[in-house]
Design a binder for this molecule. Structure first.
Ligand code: ADP
Ligand code: MG
Length: 399
């Protein structure tokens, strides 16, 4: 992996001002956060900097104000939640540059924390305006990016600042980059990728990138139906993108050339209506799906075989559930395969990295989220990384 500086590379930072990009885009209900895991993720970085005597200025976006000041989208709304997680008082600063910021820094003692307002209130943020970045940078001595989830955006606070100040990866960013490198950058072979979820169309670039990098591509979820249809299987009423069967065949060909084995389910769980435990529920061979049935999960024989594939692998990268896991019993294959991956990880034979909104929810549902090597909550940034794209916020940190 190309190298980036971390907090280990900081010298004496007593009294220095750290501009720290964090993800504070918390899900809110009735004025408080319903999930503070994003704050917990950046807590080690913030406390390490304050313990070393820096003045920490937190910089974040909140919602999509599109370059205008909306009182409903101020970062002041998350101040209380951040204080609770950090167990420290912080000072809200209703600007990101200028005299108000300068005065606030004068009031902050060493080891104190300030929270700047929503950086997306200013159009220069999303435009990545160098003058805007410079305006923020003059207040800081160095810049720390601890928001991997925003790293797929080339914005002033994720990219621009790194060009005006010495730039460092925070601890959460560092952990994420190390995990992703171990999964796809420089993985230990054989590598398996599990790709599931609803549609091929949303994950075309992911599939295309993976076939050149992994030895086993396990396709499940709704997108497996498109691949099955491409192979001439009648998938009945299943979710299927029939217009993408040529694309699916191209991916299968590319995989064959690259020496990547594509695994598709050979038995499936079907039903005539999409509901919890429907009367029409049955398991069958993929060639026996009736015209009025839908494939809603991978079958037990294929799930068992896929678990055996994982047993032969050293590395796993996973995005997308194997079935419509929100509705029972169509969570069965996802839960079983997740448990197998978790057990292999705990045994020390598998490095497992997973990400994606629904994937994280599915692993939590299976009760194994903490038993994977790393679970990324970065959403869009994780997917772009799986697509093999360079993330601007990461590139900016690499000297
Ligand atoms: P992620 O958010 O992890 O990237 P996706 O958004 O691509 O995952 O896919 C998740 C969705 O795919 C879930 O809502 C799940 O119900 C749906 N899904 C999985 N398998 C099927 C299937 N066989 N038929 C219909 N929907 C499915
Ligand atoms: Mg999703």
């Amino acid at each position: 992996m190309s190298s980036f500086r971390t907090l280990d590379d900081l010298g004496d930072i007593t009294g220095k001002v750290a501009l720290v990009r964090v993800d504070l885009n918390l899900p809110m209900k009735d004025g408080s956060a319903t999930d503070v895991s994003r704050v917990e993720a950046v807590k080690p970085t913030i406390l390490e900097l304050t313990e070393k005597g820096a003045k920490v200025l937190l910089l974040a976006h909140y919602g999509r104000p599109k370059g205008q000041r909306f009182s409903t989208m101020s970062t002041s709304f998350v101040q209380g939640d951040v204080e609770k997680v950090l167990d420290k008082e912080i000072m809200f600063i209703p600007e990101v540059m200028g005299p108000v910021v300068e005065q606030s820094i004068g009031i902050l003692g060493n080891g104190d924390i300030g929270l700047l307002d929503n950086v997306r209130f200013w159009p220069g943020e999303e435009a990545n305006d160098p003058e805007f970045a410079r305006g923020m940078a003059v207040h800081g001595d160095f810049y720390v990016n601890d928001a991997f989830s925003a790293a797929h955006r080339a914005h002033a606070s994720t990219d621009g600042l790194a060009h005006h100040l010495p730039a460092y990866a925070g601890r959460a960013m560092e952990a994420e980059l190390k995990a992703l490198d171990a999964a796809l950058g420089n993985p230990e072979a054989p590598v398996a990728a599990v790709v599931g979820g609803a549609k091929v169309s949303t994950k075309l670039d992911v599939l295309t990138n993976l076939v050149g990098k992994v030895q086993h591509l396990i396709i499940g979820g709704g997108m497996a139906n498109t691949f099955l249809a491409a192979k001439g299987v009648d998938v009945g009423k299943s979710l299927c993108e029939h217009d993408l069967t040529d694309t699916a065949n191209r991916i299968i060909d590319e995989a064959a050339h690259a020496g990547c084995t594509v695994h598709l389910p050979y038995d499936v769980v079907v039903a005539k209506e999409f509901a919890a435990n429907p009367a029409s529920l049955r398991t069958c061979n993929v060639h026996e799906v009736a015209a009025d049935e839908m494939i809603l999960d991978v079958g037990p024989l294929a799930t068992e075989a896929l678990g055996d594939v994982l047993k032969t692998c050293s590395t796993l990268v996973w995005n997308g559930p194997m079935g419509a896991f929100e509705t029972e019993p169509f969570d069965t294959a996802t839960v079983a395969l997740a448990k197998t991956a978790a057990a292999l990880t705990q045994d020390g034979s598998l490095t497992s990295v997973a990400g994606g909104g629904d994937t994280v929810a599915a692993l939590a549902h299976a009760g194994v989220k903490d038993e994977f090597t790393f679970v990324s909550t970065a959403g869009g940034a994780f997917l772009e990384w799986m697509e093999g794209k360079d993330l601007p916020g990461v590139a900016a940190l690499i000297a």
